[in-house]
Write a protein that binds this ligand. Structure first.
Ligand code: ADP
Ligand code: MG
Length: 693
């Protein structure tokens, strides 16, 4: 239950006086529904309203704030003319002009003979100071309220900055006095600015520096947010660790058999990772581990070997792939690696006949099947294992923390390994994956040839086709990737289809087209034809992105490369690194292209290090984009920004380690304050489920 001290901050925005449904909706769209959301909606600019020299010394085009006496009204003669209000500050006259404003409201706001405080932009025109539509008009006693640095907020159509000023002022007045949750040493770093002071400072910037994410007040708030994230993850993780799991020791028989029949020896990095996994498997708690390895690092064989321990103990394992093509590919390569061992492997996909499915269900329930491979169909209700002990999820980077938890709960006590080739920058690792243990395959198998990458203008296509023709005649196979245009899948498809038709003129029936709108069976057929060499040029939308293994394919052409995320380009390029032949990758761009986009493409040219690429991408584009879409289930922060606050994240992580050591149940006064922090940033789940139980 949310502590009552926080109620004012979680009250709906409509509790602010003067906010009806219409505004509440707009504000909801802009930043959220609660008072808290307004407080975290930060200004991005300031308007200086402190200039108030006598008018006879004023400066053209500057915002002026001061007290004037209203002398005369001059209503317009025609609709085209403005309504004029004459006034003076005693040194010079000033004319206020209004277009399309009701006479009544002007007369009410500017009564002749009264003194009013006004603020707005001065313009010298026809030998006269003018101000059109003053931004503010208030009684002279309230001059101070407007003669200041005024924060400027991000807005949405229908909302004015004035409204936001009112809202933030009101919201600030509701912030309760909260006990400090930071340590005295952090407080020193933040110059002893409390949470309350920090909020008030960020909404009352004194200069542009105060708007920077690096300002002390913003850093303090970012730290609060990151600390709450790290603390919540730590509790979840601790809880997972306490879930009793099974201990799989095995007898090493199958493991040795498969290992000794591999056509290569494991890299030391693969071996290390296997050892880490094996420790988890032997320990009597549940494993929840992320295995990261660049494209082509050899994750599949690691997954398989780690499964064998479980099979040796007589339990079952499952491998879940994101697509049917990939599931099938895993099935084939694993079957080959396990040949002659007697291990029973099955592939479960959506397109099996009902009788085939039934057969699999039967053999799963009886325990005959040792390893089941498939897509997420593995987790439908029909699929009942006799004794599932271990689940490996491949290339699954679209899972959030909560989804992972629910998945591993399905498997009861089973261990879970999530494998990903998507390079995850450290900051995301700590936040979005902070609940998991982590292993990384850090080296590629020896002998891999580098891929040559070039960046070219799309108008070079005729030349490209000529040299591609030569290469294909020599026996190479190539991918031709057409991008997804976000606005419309339809127009994507037509772009890919057009390219396909154009290439047919040159390559005849050797070209094939594969795209996301095709049925699985059709896709499979095309991929088969490409694999077998019946087709040698594959035009594709990004459906080939993940995992496809065609060793002969060594050339990749990517159109509109500037529209892709770098991580995505890296994944795509990985498709031509499967074998031991040198690949070449052509990144085609079209105008207009921004400097940043050019810079990004050049990074692809310079390096094949996925981690470096991911970090660079993060720098150039900001966090959420790294993994493609923003809906990828990753934590996004409201205030913290990984471009600026990485150091704070590391501090927060270390801080949390201390907290867990010194006050694991949050019972000390600081602990109590930290609980409030968790609720403040809506880590309610963590508090409820993991701290309580
Ligand atoms: P990814 O990590 O991208 O899933 P895969 O597991 O598909 O990579 O492996 C890519 C290729 O490298 C496969 O053909 C696999 O057989 C091969 N491979 C895996 N480990 C090694 C190794 N230690 N030495 C040589 N080749 C290896
Ligand atoms: Mg793989």
């Amino acid at each position: 239950m949310r502590p009552s001290i926080l109620y004012p901050l979680f009250a709906p925005i409509s509790t602010i006086k003067g906010i009806g449904d219409k505004y509440a909706k707009l504000i909801h769209k802009l930043c959220g529904e609660k008072i808290m959301d307004i407080l975290f909606h930060l200004p991005f600019n300031v308007i200086d309203r402190t200039f108030s020299s006598p008018l006879n010394q004023a400066i053209d085009n500057k915002i002026w704030t001061g007290i004037v006496t209203i002398t005369e009204h001059l209503p317009p003669q025609t609709k085209k003319h403005p309504y004029r209000v004459y006034c003076t500050d005693g040194t010079s006259n000033l004319v206020l002009t209004f277009f399309k404003v009701y006479k009544d409201s002007i007369q009410k706001n500017y009564p002749v003979g009264s003194k009013r405080a006004i603020s707005g932009k001065l313009e010298y025109f026809n030998g006269m100071w003018q101000m059109s539509h003053p931004d503010f008009v208030v009684s002279q006693e309230r001059l101070k309220e407007i003669a200041r640095l005024e924060p400027v907020y991000p807005l949405t159509a229908g909302l004015t900055n004035k409204m936001m000023l009112k809202l933030s002022k009101d919201a600030l007045s509701r912030v309760p006095k909260l006990s400090e949750w930071q340590t005295s040493s952090s407080m020193k770093d933040f110059e002893y600015i409390s949470f309350n002071d920090a909020l008030s400072k960020v909404h009352n910037p004194k200069n542009v520096n105060d708007l920077s994410p690096l300002s002390i007040a913003r850093r303090r708030l970012a730290y609060d947010e990151l600390l709450s994230n790290q603390l919540a993850l730590a509790f979840i993780r601790k809880k997972v660790k306490q879930i009793k799991g099974r201990s799989f020791i095995g007898n090493n028989e199958l493991y040795q058999k498969v290992l000794s029949s591999l056509p290569f020896s494991l890299t030391s990095s693969q071996q290390e990772v296997l050892d880490e996994i094996s420790k988890d498997q032997e320990a009597p708690y549940k494993m929840l581990r992320l295995l990261q390895g660049d494209v082509g690092a050899g994750k599949t064989v690691v997954a398989l070997l780690s499964m064998l321990k479980v099979v040796e103990e007589g339990a079952q394992t499952a491998l879940m792939a994101p697509t049917e093509i990939l599931a099938k590919q895993h099935f084939e390569s694993i079957k080959e690696l396990c040949a002659g061992t007697g291990i029973e492997i099955a592939l479960l996909t959506g397109k099996l006949r009902p009788s085939q499915k039934k057969e699999i269900y039967k053999n799963l329930a009886s325990g005959k099947i040792n390893i089941l491979i498939g897509t997420h169909a593995l987790f439908t209700n029909d699929v009942i294992f006799k004794d599932l002990g271990y689940v490996v999820i491949d290339e699954q980077h679209r899972f959030g923390v909560n989804q992972r938890l629910s998945l591993s709960q399905k498997g009861n006590l089973c261990d879970v390994l999530v494998m990903t080739a998507t390079p995850i920058p450290r900051s995301l690792l700590l936040t979005a994956y902070g609940d998991m243990d982590y292993s990384k395959i850090s080296e590629l198998p020896k002998g891999r040839k580098p891929t040559k990458t070039v960046v070219m203008n799309v108008n070079k296509i005729p030349e490209i086709i000529t040299s591609l023709k030569k290469k294909i005649e020599e026996g190479c196979r190539a991918y031709w990737v057409c991008p997804l245009v976000e606005e419309s899948e339809k127009s994507d498809l037509s772009a890919a289809t057009q390219r396909f038709e154009m290439l047919q003129e040159y390559f005849g029936d050797k070209v094939a087209l594969v795209h996301g709108k095709m049925k699985e069976a059709e896709k499979d057929k095309v991929m088969e034809q490409f694999k077998s060499g019946e087709k040698t040029l594959l035009v594709a939308t990004t459906v080939i992105e993940v995992g496809v293994n065609v060793k002969e394919a060594t050339i990749m052409i990517i159109e509109h490369a500037e529209r892709f995320g770098l991580a995505q380009l890296h994944q795509l390029r990985g498709r031509i690194k499967r074998g031991f032949l040198e690949g070449s990758c052509l990144l085609l761009y079209s105008y207009p292209i921004s400097n940043i986009s050019k810079e990004r493409l050049n990074i692809m040219k310079q390096t094949e290090d996925g981690f470096f690429i991911a970090e660079k991408d993060l720098e150039l584009r900001g966090g959420g984009e790294v993994l493609g879409t923003r809906q990828s289930g990753f934590t996004e922060f409201t205030i913290a920004d990984m471009k600026y606050h990485q150091d704070l994240l590391i501090h927060a992580r270390d801080d949390v380690k201390d907290i867990l050591k010194q006050d694991p149940k949050l019972e000390t006064p600081r602990g109590e304050a930290l609980k409030i922090l968790l609720y403040l940033f809506e880590q309610n789940e963590a508090v409820k489920t993991y701290l309580a139980g």
